[in-house]
Design a protein. Structure first.
Length: 335
């Protein structure tokens, strides 16, 4: 069995154990709560679920700590065994208490299932965990032995390799001594050839560096030329954009001035009509009042020009001074 299978078995054991523990706890709470309620003062009947919860909490502590100790290969001694059996017997006694008081043997048997299953499961899971821990320890010991054997073989191979290397060094030293005289004769010729080759390589390197330098300078000149052309294009583009902007600004200013002149001519034409002989239409009267307001005429002069009352003209002047009060109505009338 490998470690993966061992971990799978541990997960299955842990999941099954906790499933049984949770089921037994829920069943115990539902079974014991009515018994505790019947044997508790009426005003303290709400405390009936506390006792089964305390006993089941002790069961959870025992199962969890047994799991941890089994994984670590330890043993808690006598007290954990006493607590495990005491909580199991308490759970069993509380579950069958109501049926035993009523002398219901079938109820005693039925309510004994969950506590007895919990007790046996706790003992069995502990034994299983200890067995799995022992199996894991044995597996680890076997793997350690295999590693030790592998290390021993590696040391033997390394020793053999060192011996082979020593023999090779000795053989190489012998060959080196035999070649020494021959190399001494060839050293001068080799030196001359190397010197000639170095001179040729130096000349070739100087020619290559000169060619690379010339190419690099040519590329730099071309890059500078392209960069200068790009800067010129950007400058021309900025100049064209600036000229267009100035032209648009001049055109806008000219149009604004023409609109102002046109509005001034229309205002002068309205004011040049003189006092109205009759009351003008409201739309026309509003236009005359606006022209009078822009020309800084008095309210009375504006009333004479449009034929309307001084109060109505005063209201229109107030609207022009505060556009929020009647600007929309004035715009509609003007159109």
């Amino acid at each position: 069995m490998n470690s993966v299978q061992t971990r799978s078995a541990e997960r299955a054991l842990s999941g099954g154990t906790w499933l049984i523990v949770c089921g037994a706890m829920l069943y115990s709470i539902l079974t014991v709560t009515p018994l505790m309620a019947d044997h508790t003062a009426p005003r303290w009947a709400w405390t009936a679920p506390i006792l089964p919860l305390v006993v089941d909490a002790a069961v959870v502590i025992v199962v969890k700590l047994d799991d941890v100790l089994a994984r670590l290969g330890g043993h808690g001694g006598t007290w954990p065994i006493l607590l495990r059996w005491m909580t199991g017997l308490m759970t069993w006694a509380l579950n069958i208490g109501d049926s035993a008081l009523r002398k219901d043997l079938v109820g005693v048997a039925v309510h004994s299932v969950a506590p007895l299953l919990l007790i046996v499961t706790a003992e069995t899971s502990l034994a299983y965990r200890r067995a799995l821990a022992a199996a894991q320890a044995a597996l680890q010991a076997e793997r350690q032995a295999e590693r030790d054997r592998a290390e021993q073989k590696a040391r033997e191979r390394a020793e053999q390799a060192r011996a082979d290397a020593r023999e090779e060094r000795e053989y190489a030293a012998t060959q080196e001594r035999e070649r020494r005289d021959h190399e001494a004769r060839l050293a001068r010729e080799q030196g001359e050839r190397e010197e000639r080759q170095r001179r040729e390589e130096r000349d070739e390197r100087e020619r290559r560096e000169a060619a690379e330098r010339e190419t690099r300078e040519r590329l730099e000149r071309e890059h500078e030329q392209r960069e200068q052309e790009r800067l010129n294009r950007e400058r021309h583009a900025r100049e064209r954009a600036e000229a267009e902007r100035r032209e648009r600004a001049a055109k806008a200013e000219r149009e604004q001035r023409e609109r102002q002149e046109h509005a001034a001519r229309e205002r002068d034409a309205l004011l040049a009509r003189g006092p109205a002989q009759t009351k003008l239409d409201e739309g026309e009267a509003r236009q005359i009042v606006m022209a009078a307001y822009e020309a800084a005429l008095s309210v009375r002069q504006a009333a004479e020009l449009c034929g309307w009352s001084v109060g109505w003209v005063s209201t229109r002047y107030a609207e022009h001074r505060d556009p929020g009060t009647g600007g929309a109505e004035l715009a509609i009338a003007s159109r």
